[in-house]
Ligand binder design. Structure first.
Ligand SMILES: [Zn+2]
Length: 377
């Protein structure tokens, strides 16, 4: 037999229901809340009062009520009530921004800082993060946490880098950062952070694989809008599937991994990505050939994964900003030659979040944690 629910739990549950309703539908009146949630007016009045007193919601204008000639106060959530910091750590730079409760980012900065696997680097990085926070107009007490995204795989508890060959940071522990940062901290695999941004921006997506095609290739597997890490954190590491045993050397030590054929670093020949795509769209035949080889291997990778996991495939990362319909058609044409099944051309999508997706995604677990938590401590 299940234990009965206590009045305290019912009260807490009503508080969360009302907050979430206002979050999704605001501005709304007390009457809207009571009617749609089937709660009594006194309960709604009391809970709205509690949320308003704590600053989670506020009145913003008035809206028409059912009663002729009368207007009711409209309530919205305060997106600034809490916020989180997202940090993307790269070989030569760090990127920082602030994300509010609606997932909106602001105050983005990019700082040159060469990665080193040393306590001195961690100390300098944290100093930059603390300076960034210091200059924000918001109160530090409102910070939910700092998410640190790495081009590496992260342990299930988000406290250790379990594979970090790109930056040579395998074994790095979050405790090293917590010595300098007075906020909850966690690591994120960059592809997972990007995929989480996509989940946030695309309510219609349910199950999908996100391809983070940037300087390096990475991927993330999403099931029922949750990222699947796998038993050892190695799920969706498609970049190291070998497609040519005699191919180019990958940073993992093997040869001919998908990374060596489809990542931006494998595509570009020293030129800037904007220069490459400008030449491509102007019809440069040499550039076009390189692009089609890259797309061929990307099609091969998508087809192999699609045979295993028949879901949507979102092509993201830096590449997303340059993709056009013709490229997606080319991918489908290539795949139609590889697959035994009649293909419906409805599952390859271009990311809706081509910009700052990793940095925003690094902050999102804290925002989600707050919205799903108890709201008022
Ligand atoms: Zn590899």
């Amino acid at each position: 037999m299940k234990n009965s629910i206590t009045p305290g739990q019912i009260s807490q549950n009503n508080l969360k229901l009302i907050y979430q309703y206002i979050y999704q539908n605001g501005p709304v009146s007390q009457q809207d809340v009571a009617y749609d949630l089937r709660l009594s007016r006194p309960t709604v009045k009391a809970k709205i009062g509690e949320l308003e007193t704590h600053g989670l919601i506020r009145k913003e204008g008035q809206i028409a009520s059912d009663l002729a000639g009368r207007k009711a106060s409209a309530y919205v959530i305060d997106p600034e009530y809490r916020f989180a910091i997202g940090v993307e750590i790269l070989k030569k730079q760090i990127k920082l921004l602030r994300v509010d409760l609606t997932g909106r980012s602001s105050h983005r900065v990019v700082i040159d800082l060469i990665y080193e696997n040393s306590s001195d680097y961690i100390s300098r990085l944290c100093e930059q993060i603390n300076n960034f926070i210091e200059e924000l107009p918001s109160d530090r007490d409102r910070i939910l946490g700092v998410g640190l995204s790495f081009p590496g795989l992260v342990s299930a508890d988000a406290r250790e880098i379990v594979y970090g060959k790109i930056l040579d940071c395998t074994g790095l522990k979050i405790a090293e950062f917590e010595k300098h940062l007075l906020y909850p901290c966690r690591f994120l695999h960059d592809a997972d952070a990007a995929a989480d941004s996509e989940i946030w921006a695309s309510p219609e997506l349910e199950d999908f694989i996100y391809l983070n095609n940037s300087i390096h290739l990475g991927a993330s597997m999403v099931y029922h809008r949750k990222i699947l890490a796998g038993k050892h954190g190695f799920s969706a590491t498609i970049e190291h599937i070998q497609i040519d045993p005699k191919g180019k050397q990958c940073y993992c030590g093997k040869r001919g991994c998908i990374e060596t054929q489809c990542s931006l670093s494998s595509l570009l020949n020293g030129e800037e990505e904007d220069t490459f795509f400008k030449a491509l769209r102007e019809g440069d035949p040499v550039v076009r050939n390189r692009w089609q080889v890259c797309l061929h291997y990307l099609a091969l990778a998508i087809n192999d994964m699609h045979l295993l996991y028949d879901v949507d495939y979102v092509v993201g990362g830096y590449l997303a900003a340059h993709l056009v319909k013709e490229d997606i058609d080319f991918l489908y044409d290539e795949i139609s030659r590889m697959t035994p099944f009649p293909e419906t051309r409805d599952y390859i999508k271009i990311s809706k979040m081509p910009k700052h997706n990793i940095t925003i995604g690094a902050a999102l677990p804290f925002i989600r944690g707050f919205l799903e938590g108890d709201l008022i401590e």
